[in-house]
Structures are given as structure tokens and as C-alpha cells.
Design a protein around this ligand. Sequence first.
Ligand SMILES: Cc1cc2nc3c(=O)[nH]c(=O)nc-3n(C[C@H](O)[C@H](O)[C@H](O)COP(=O)(O)OP(=O)(O)OC[C@H]3O[C@@H](n4cnc5c(N)ncnc54)[C@H](O)[C@@H]3O)c2cc1C
Length: 490
Amino acid sequence: MNRQSLLEHLKATPEFDICIIGGGATGLGIAVDAASRGYKTVLFEQYDFAKGTSSRSTKLVHGGVRYLQQGNIKLVMEALRERGLLLKNAPQLAHNQKFIVPNYKWWEKPFYGIGLKIYDWMAGGLGIGPSELLTKEETLALTPTLDPNDLTGAVLYYDGQFDDARLAISLAQTAVAHDAIVLNYFPVTALLKKQNTVCGVRVKNSLNGNLLEVKSKVVINATGVFTDQVLTMDNPEHESLISPSQGIHLVVDKEFLPGDTAIMIPRTDDGRVLFAVPWHNKIVLGTTDTPVDTISAEPVPLPEEIDFILKHIGRYLTKDPQLSDVKSMFAGLRPLVKGKSKVTSALSRDHLITISESDLITVTGGKWTTYRKMAEDTVNLVAEKLQSQITCITHELKLTVSKPVPPEIGKLKEDELVAIIKQTVENEMCLTVEDFLSRRTRQLLLDARVAIHKAPQVARIMAGFLRNDENWIQEQINNFNAIANNYLPH
Ligand SMILES: Cc1cc2nc3c(=O)[nH]c(=O)nc-3n(C[C@H](O)[C@H](O)[C@H](O)COP(=O)(O)OP(=O)(O)OC[C@H]3O[C@@H](n4cnc5c(N)ncnc54)[C@H](O)[C@@H]3O)c2cc1C
């Protein structure tokens, strides 16, 4: 995935079949689907791939036990099928994860036991392990730091876990392997129209400021929480589609939950689900669901969200994590499709595909787990428009996976770090210190202090590969520190 050769390919293509705006789970999934069906495909991402919501998830490939509680059977069945397909098609990036639902009240074991048996059954042939009822002793053997007072046992079940930003890179590489062009740091600034029909986009190469006009038979808006901004480019009078909801995570050391079993708390005080999940040798605690008005590329956790997680998780662990134990925290914005409900946790997690009067296709909502199905549905619609019904092949398509990159880099020797930076710059379109520390490796999300400490060394090594000067190094360190500061509790 070399940026220079993709740029040359872009300039040499007079017209594309499909142009995708947005390089998160949704857009990248569409790029893979479209390119693997043989469509001439281009994707533009305004920042880095997965810089938006898609690098800030809970990292679960799941049917969503919570949606089962809400009775959304169709969504759960679809997600469980997608979970099975992802575990099959990207086994290096997604794996089976054990969860327990601890039982402290008499009714919890039969209630969650039956619920999770239904969950198993709904996964059908793509199930990843049967749920089980555990005694108190068996529960504590798996999760020794779970509060033993009044504990009667647990229900054990299985879901998937993955690394969201790494999967995004893998999707970008898979799309390129099928001849798509995918470019980061390329914001779409306007839509091109002919006789009131969208026929391409104007884009800016953020690295040199050059503007380009790119023609395409179909343009797809896959911009997550930014959906309404692109709809405004199409029609300033459009009806708003998105109701953003913020979710945050806190990352703490493994000592708070040793072992490899995650905890799922099905009902907090305000009816949410809370997770404590082992991830890359740390524990991710989350999440929240807070309606927000402002859409930012770097959303910041609110003090009340941090308190909420610490307070609730503390009730279930023998040692309560404190603010000073937080190694990193990160926030993401859910692109929920607007509905009548005022509570965002009750808004739809289903995806929605719309076509505007000028033929701009917008796809939004959904979740990481269902990215492939969202892409299939969208490209099926495009195929109808282009009158070329080519069948989707992504059910079986193995994703391209580059050489493994370590999630943390704090302990690497200089020559090891140089080799990894070289690989990510040359093959993964890594262009900034933040790309490297946040999404190629996951250092910023795992331990923000280590990331800040390593930033100057990373900037210096990257500058060598990108042929950048001392000013670039300084600017990169400053930019990174400004962002990373919000990943540390104050
Ligand atoms: C807290 C939280 C936890 C979650 N946990 C899970 C989970 O565990 N499992 C799961 O399955 N799902 C989870 N989700 C949902 C999942 O992360 C999202 O549904 C998914 O990432 C949305 O992807 P997207 O591509 O639609 O949006 P995004 O990832 O936001 O991508 C849209 C992209 O469009 C780009 N863009 C915007 N405007 C332009 C423009 N003009 N030109 C070019 N590019 C543009 C943006 O920069 C952005 O990168 C979670 C979400 C949140 C918020």
C-alpha cells in the first residue's frame, strides 16, 4: 500500500465506478466489497484511516447481548453471523473471547443463563462456544479479583475481540490488493454535479495542498458522525440524519483483572452494559452513552463519564481502580441514526442507506461487527444503479494481513523501532507520529505517558523515512502532545 503509486494511479484514471468518502469501518468495508467485485474504486479519508470512531470502539466483535435484552432479534442474528464470518476470514485480527456475567442475586443465573443460551442458539452454525453456568469457585478461578461477597456464580459465554485500527489497515490493504485506490489525508471538500446529479468529488491532498477533481459514476457518503456535513455539501437544506452519542473507555493495568476472561455487567444504575475486557495485556473498561452536540475528530472524556465507569466497575472488583490508575482514556462518537427517542442508548444501531435527489448514496449507523454486511447491502444497491449485478464475494474473502506490529513500543530497542516504523511508513501509509502511536501501534490507547515519552524518538525516525526536516519533527511532537494530553486523566 504505497501512497505515491496510488496517487499516480489516481491521476491516470479518468473516471471511477465508485468513489467513497470516509475511511472508517463503513467506507473501508465498501472499498473491499466494491473492488473485489471488480468495480473501479477510490476512497478518500480526510485524516488517517480509522481516525474517527473506528479506532475508538470497545474492540468487540459481538452480537450485542444488550440488543437481545432490547428485543432486537434481527440485529443480533445479523451481527452474530458477521461475528462468525470475521473470525473465519481474519483469524489473525479477531479471536474468541471468554466473558462472564457475575451473579449476585438469586434470579440472575436463570435469567442470564437462559438469555445467553438463546444467544448461542441464534449464532447457529457460526457459534463460537456454548455458554455455561459456573459455580462461585469456578467463577473466581477465572476472575480472581471479582468481588466474592454475595457472589453465587456466573454465566460464561463467548464473543469475539479484535483490534479495530489494525482491522481498518487490513481492509485498506485488502482493497488495494483488489486494485482500489485508498488515500488518507485527502478531505473531500465539495461534490461535483452534472445536471443536478453527483458525478464526482473535489478533494484536497493535505500533504501539499493540491486540489483535484475526481469523476465517478457513484459517490458514497460513509463519513460516520460527519454524515450531515457531507449531506450539506449535497443539499444545504437536507434533514439531519445523525444523533451523535459519546462513549468513553478507561485503560488500566492487568492486575485489576488478571487472566484472560472479561466481565460483562449487564445492567448499571442507568440501564447500560459495562465491560472490563483484557486487551493487549491491559484492561479496557467501558463504555458510556452520552448525547453530545459537538462533533470533533478528538472527542474528550467528560469528568462525569470517568466517574461513572470508576464507580460502577469498583462495585465488582476487590481492588477499586482510582483515577491515578488510569493509563489512558479514549472517547468515540457513535453515529446513531436519528429517531424519535431522546435517549441515545435507545436509538437504532441498525444501519441505514439513503439516496438523495442528486443520487448521493449515504450509509450510516451499524457497528464495526456488521461492517461487511453494510458494505454488501450498499454495493448491491450500487450494482443495481450501474446495472451490473456482480455478486458479492466478501463472505469468503480472506483479508490481507501485513506483518504483525507490536501494540506497545515502550520496551523496543532503537533498531526494532526503526524496522517497525519503516514497515508502517512504506506499507501502511503511516504519515504522522499520531498515526504511528495511536493506530499502527496502539501505544497511545494503552499507556499515554509512554506514548508521550516516545514521541520525539518516533518523530526523528519517521522524518528519516519521510524525508522531512527539523521543523516537521518539532511540529509533529507538538501536535502529538496536544492530542495525547487528553488521553491522560487530570
Ligand atoms: C464508544 C464506542 C464503542 C463501540 N464499540 C463497538 C464494539 O465493541 N463493537 C462494534 O462492533 N462496534 C462498536 N462501536 C461502533 C463502531 O465503532 C462504529 O459503528 C464504526 O466504527 C463506525 O464506522 P464509520 O466508518 O461509519 O465511521 P468513522 O469511523 O467515524 O469513519 C468515518 C470517516 O469519515 C471521515 N470523513 C469525514 N468527513 C470526510 C470528508 N469530507 N472527506 C473525507 N473523509 C471524511 C472521517 O475522518 C472518519 O474517519 C462502538 C462505537 C463507540 C463510539
